[in-house]
Design a protein around this ligand. Structure first.
Ligand SMILES: O=P(O)(O)O[C@H]1O[C@H](CO)[C@@H](O)[C@H]1O
Ligand SMILES: Nc1nc2[nH]cnc2c(=O)[nH]1
Length: 305
């Protein structure tokens, strides 16, 4: 399937049928990442449209993704939020993963707030930190799986999209002003580079070290396709990554050979617990920190000129 074959008209028509006039031209779009659907909890006058009722939308199969598009007001600003997103590891094609962003753009969205859960690779960025992305490292982009591969469906969109300016400096500035105005400490928030991997595996230690050495601060399995589509559509983008876990990247390995040798010499060898990442942990941190992210996102939305 190419972008040209995506059912834009049908999606827009079905939304127009169930969303009232005052909400159907949202100014800001929000994508809620894993466990972050409560970001939309304080919208008023809300209308929920299940993904299953929107032509061209997929169903997220991941826990913590709620499969509804919600239209509502943030203060007096009309907003549309995706409660849940689609990922390549679910077996979905990139064109379909990016479709909701392109639909948002056609509804009139000019600013996109993308959120996600991620693992930290940077010892200075602890679990629970909200990281404002200033760059990304798209591992699939570098290995022949760029989400924008394919025919140029719209001649108005540049064939060779620049990505050095993917993350809006003005929205990032608004974010840090909002943090200050709400009484949070700016130093509790970080700026960093997000590595996008396809997933669904969490990183092996060697993969983690590789990505860290390449300059990434956090890693996750989403966001970059949506950001690329948003840039093609001419949107201003801010991406907020909530660190839900540390990526385990020891620089030494436990030697099982040495342990067996010790055992053969009659020594008692402990078998320490080996920590592993779980999606449950990701969702729990999301639940704990979503309220802070919600308050800041709400303030940012109101501050967008
Ligand atoms: O990026 P979001 O959708 O927030 O979710 C992140 O959390 C999931 C893994 O726990 C992956 O989907 C990863 O990308
Ligand atoms: N790839 C990846 N995605 C995540 N999403 C949340 N935590 C992680 C992580 O550690 N690695």
């Amino acid at each position: 399937m190419t972008d040209a074959q995506l059912p834009f008209a049908a999606a827009l028509e079905s939304l127009a049928k169930c969303v009232p006039q005052n909400l159907i031209r949202p100014k800001v779009g929000i994508i809620c990442g894993s466990g972050l659907s409560t970001l939309a909890a304080s919208l008023t006058d809300t209308v929920y449209v299940p993904y299953g009722e929107i032509p061209g939308f997929l169903i997220s199969t991941v826990d913590g993704h709620k499969n509804s598009l919600v239209f509502g007001l943030c203060g007096d600003v009309p907003v549309v939020a995706m409660l849940g997103r689609f990922h390549a590891y679910e077996g979905y094609p990139f064109q379909k993963i990016m479709f909701p962003v392109r639909v948002m753009a056609r509804l009139g969205v000019k600013n996109l707030i993308v959120t996600n859960a991620s693992g930290s690779l940077n010892p200075n960025i602890p679990v629970g930190t909200i990281v404002v992305l200033h760059d990304h490292l798209g591992i699939p982009n570098l290995s022949g799986f760029n989400p924008l591969l394919g025919p140029q469906h719209d001649k108005k969109i540049p064939r060779f999209l620049p990505t050095s300016n993917a993350y809006s400096t003005s929205l990032r500035r608004l974010f840090f002003h909002a943090v200050h105005e709400l009484g949070f400490n700016l130093d509790d928030f970080a700026e960093g580079t997000y590595a996008w991997v396809s997933g669904p595996t969490y990183e092996s230690p060697a993969e983690g070290r590789f990505i860290r050495a390449a300059g990434a601060d956090v890693v996750g399995m989403s966001t970059v396709p949506e950001v690329l589509a948003a840039k093609e559509e001419g949107l201003e983008v801010i991406a907020l990554s909530l660190v839900t876990n540390f990526v385990i990247i020891p620089d030494t390995y436990r030697s099982i050979k040495a342990e067996v040798k010790a055992q053969l010499e009659g020594k008692i060898v402990e078998d320490p617990l080996q920590p592993v990442v779980s999606h449950q942990e990701v969702l729990e941190i999301g639940l704990k920190k979503a309220e802070i992210m919600r308050a800041i996102v709400e303030r940012v939305v109101q501050k967008i000129p």
